[in-house]
Design a protein around this ligand. Structure first.
Ligand code: PHE
Length: 448
């Protein structure tokens, strides 16, 4: 079977940036930046994405492109009959679990999109928004219905393959996302009182930069760039030899960071202009923002645009998550793409049921002191992701060897490049240690 490739440079960028830009950029980054010292935190974050994110992104891209394999196959090609394939399997498991709960939140987003489009959401009185959200997320049948829509849409795109599926849709969706974000940003920044929000996001307070916030910045950089779960390896395997992977990595990272900052400039000026408190996590976009839109002239229009934006950001991430297991199953078990996508989509849906129920009838069920949703999130986003990322660095730096990775990067010398020593040093020493620290911190093994 002939392996597909991305058809254009813009297509690769749109798909990879589409994966990176997700809920993490929209609701997590702006909030943690505001809380942890504003511009000071953003400054450190940018240093981290450049110094740590670029070498890691490059490493995953070369692993995929060199082996032309899915995230498990890549290890099998380079170290046949070794245990390294389990690093790839861990990546498949991680992305599968993340998809199972990410799609629940994406489902809420689509519910809100439908409710704002039909004008219902704007009519809910502000006092009722919280109970509106709680009743919506705890209603299992509607949550599962919207979850199924998200998984169905994701499968619909993935089933058509790389060029006619993932690339085709990313190329349309990413520009829409960008222009929607620009429109919303202009609206937000021109509100009276927008300044307070900008102050929250961009004030510069180095005293709030603690070891804890540094680790938070690093951990977020990693998650936001979709590293450590086989996505970039998989996308890398569809990139042709002529592509310059360094400039591609830098473009992905710039797009991801820019969109995170722009989201902050959409959300906080509006929140502060109407006298609300910045919240974290789901309540920010599902409770606070709808109240903000109600106070805004033409609020219903901006509300619809906002949920459209978040909906697109989540779909371009869910397709990358599903593609990791689809490419694994099609290539390792020789099952055709249609069947593999359908089976895996069904599997993800089934796995998402317990997490969905944990917002309602199963809210009391606890695993290690967490409800099911939080437990899944914790295992995948904190434990597995960091272990996988750390093993990837060790594999590229020490086992396959950074010279080989660099050789692939330069396309066997066709694009001569400087910087080998720095790359080698980061991938062998700095990155594994730093990711190891994130693991210890975010799993609570070390407390700060
Ligand atoms: N990078 C995405 C974000 O910022 C999150 C994500 C994680 C997407 C894992 C896909 C896979 O939201």
């Amino acid at each position: 079977m002939k392996r597909e490739n991305f058809g254009s440079k813009f297509g690769v960028l749109a798909a990879a940036a589409g994966s990176a830009i997700g809920l993490g950029n929209i609701w997590r980054f702006p909030y943690i930046a505001g809380k942890n010292g504003g511009a000071a935190f953003i400054f450190v974050y940018i240093i981290f994405v450049i110094v740590m994110g670029t070498p890691l992104m490059i490493s995953e891209l070369v692993l995929g492109r060199h082996t032309r394999s899915n995230s498990v196959g890549a290890y099998k090609v380079l170290r046949p009959n070794s245990k390294w394939k389990y690093t790839g399997i861990l990546a498949v498991v991680t992305s599968f679990i993340i998809l199972s709960f990410y799609s629940i939140i994406a489902g809420w987003v689509f519910t809100y999109l439908q409710q704002s489009f039909t004008g219902k959401l704007i009519k809910v009185v502000p006092d009722q928004l919280e109970s509106y959200f709680v009743s919506l997320s705890s209603n299992a049948s509607s949550a599962l219905f919207w979850n199924a829509i998200v998984i169905g849409l994701t499968a619909f795109i993935v089933i058509s393959g790389i060029k006619n599926g993932i690339e085709k849709y990313s190329k349309v969706l990413m520009p829409i996302l960008f222009f929607t974000l620009v429109a919303l940003m202009i609206r937000s920044l021109t509100l009276d009182g927008a300044k307070e929000g900008l102050k929250f996001l961009f004030k510069s307070d180095f005293s709030q930069l603690t070891t804890k916030s540094l680790l938070e910045a690093l951990g977020h950089a990693f998650y936001s760039l979709s590293l450590g779960m086989g996505i970039i390896i998989t996308y890398g395997s569809y990139i042709n030899r002529e592509e310059n992977l360094v400039s591609l990595s830098l473009q992905i990272i710039t797009a991801d960071t820019l969109m995170a900052l722009m989201s902050g400039m959409v959300i906080f000026p509006a929140v502060f202009a109407y006298g609300f408190e910045p919240q974290s996590g789901p309540s920010l976009i599902f409770i606070t923002l709808p109240a903000v839109f109600q106070a805004m002239p033409l609020g219903a229009v901006f509300e619809t645009l906002f949920f459209l934006l978040v909906g697109i950001a989540s779909i371009t991430s869910t397709i990358s998550l599903l593609e990791v297991s689809v490419s694994f199953v099609t290539e390792e078990f020789k099952i055709n793409r249609k069947k593999a996508t359908a089976l895996l989509a069904l599997g993800v849906f089934i796995l998402s049921i317990p997490s969905t129920l944990s917002f309602g009838v199963w809210s009391e069920v606890q695993l290690f002191g967490k409800n099911i949703f939080d437990f899944m999130d914790f295992m995948a986003s904190y434990a597995f992701l960091t272990i996988g990322g750390c093993l990837t660095c060790i594999f590229v730096g020490w086992v396959w060897g950074s010279q080989n990775a660099f050789q692939e990067l330069t396309n066997d010398g066709a694009h001569p490049m400087k910087g080998y020593k720095i790359y080698n040093f980061i991938i062998k020493f700095i990155a594994p240690i730093a990711i190891g620290l994130i693991f210890l911190y975010s799993t609570g093994i070390i407390k700060l």
